[in-house]
Design a protein around this ligand. Sequence first.
Ligand SMILES: Nc1nc2c(ncn2[C@@H]2O[C@H](COP(=O)(O)OP(=O)(O)O)[C@@H](O)[C@H]2O)c(=O)[nH]1
Ligand SMILES: [Mg+2]
Length: 369
Amino acid sequence: MKANVVPSNEILIAVMGATGAGKSYFIREVSGCSGINVSNGLHSCTSQVESYSFEHAGVTITLVDTPGFNDTTRTDTEVLGEISNWTSETFRENRLLSGIIYLHSVTNIRMDGSAVKNLRMFQKLCGSGALKNVFLTTTQWSRVTDQADGEVRERDLCKERNFWGLLIDKGATLQRFHGTRESGLKLIEQLMPNKPAALDIQEQIVTQKRTLIGTDAGQCIDSELATLEKKYQGEIETLERERREAVNEKDHEMKALLTGELGKVREMLEKTAAEKIQLAEMHAEEMRRRDAEKLRDEERRKEDQRRTQAKLEKVEADTKRQAELHAAEMRKREERDEKRRKEEQERAASAAMRRIGVQLGPVGFHLQF
Ligand SMILES: Nc1nc2c(ncn2[C@@H]2O[C@H](COP(=O)(O)OP(=O)(O)O)[C@@H](O)[C@H]2O)c(=O)[nH]1
Ligand SMILES: [Mg+2]
């Protein structure tokens, strides 16, 4: 059941964490949406941000499944693009997150590269403003053979400032998910009264109008790609030197080994370079979109200006025509008045003449000639 219509009493909660942490499992258990794909291996099933809504305690709860970073099928740039599109869209719709449930499997013996990468990216996406709405949640407790081992791992996670320690100091809360609907709902019920907060990525993209590469999360990927590129270039130089030495020493076995190794590192360098291009292209595409938007705004402004000017000119012409009509009307009236005045004068003059003629009688007639 996807959330297409936004109900006014919606509680929005994002579920984040590395691939395999149990995000889709959590959402399937809690929402009861049986169609959600839960992975059966290391490969992810969630390649896109997907929302699932259900009713609980009189409100609509929307849980948002997010793809993890360091995925085998997608680059970090693609995952970040996907997440930032969703967060920007919901921010523009004024739908802020009441909570973020960050999942980490307690079956992980140590914080491997993927777990570290996901946590770093999560910190960059979230920032510190929304940390009070964050539940750092350990999962998959039923899969740990010795409960005490899990507890030690959980304690270590919280003690280490580079892992969860600092986040907890800044307001995030440690929680556990026990794999059942009740356990998940308990977490959700605690998040429901929260004041929804914006993530750093939302502020940076929508309010500050940064491009993806300019956000803290984008910068994190960009600088990591640069570091990786340097590292692979260094490794290639070393491997090439060692291979030349093997050739000189006619050590065929070593040469074959080093050739194989070189191929692998070169492939990784190519992948890194391709992702750098992808990130740069996303940036260029965003800039093109913004330029086009600016141009459209400018055209709209000019069109508005043209319309206002035309309206003004029409009003001016109308006023002028009215004034001319009025003046013509006045002239006509004056002429009519003048004519009437003259006629009256003439009538009065001839009446006066007639009166004088009557008084003088034949004398008058006589006098005249
Ligand atoms: N027993 C148990 N298995 C879980 C739990 N969470 C996840 N899993 C299993 O862990 C694997 C990865 O889970 P999934 O939800 O696909 O991880 P995602 O990549 O974070 O979405 C699947 O085989 C799940 O069945 C849990 O809480 N308990
Ligand atoms: Mg998933």
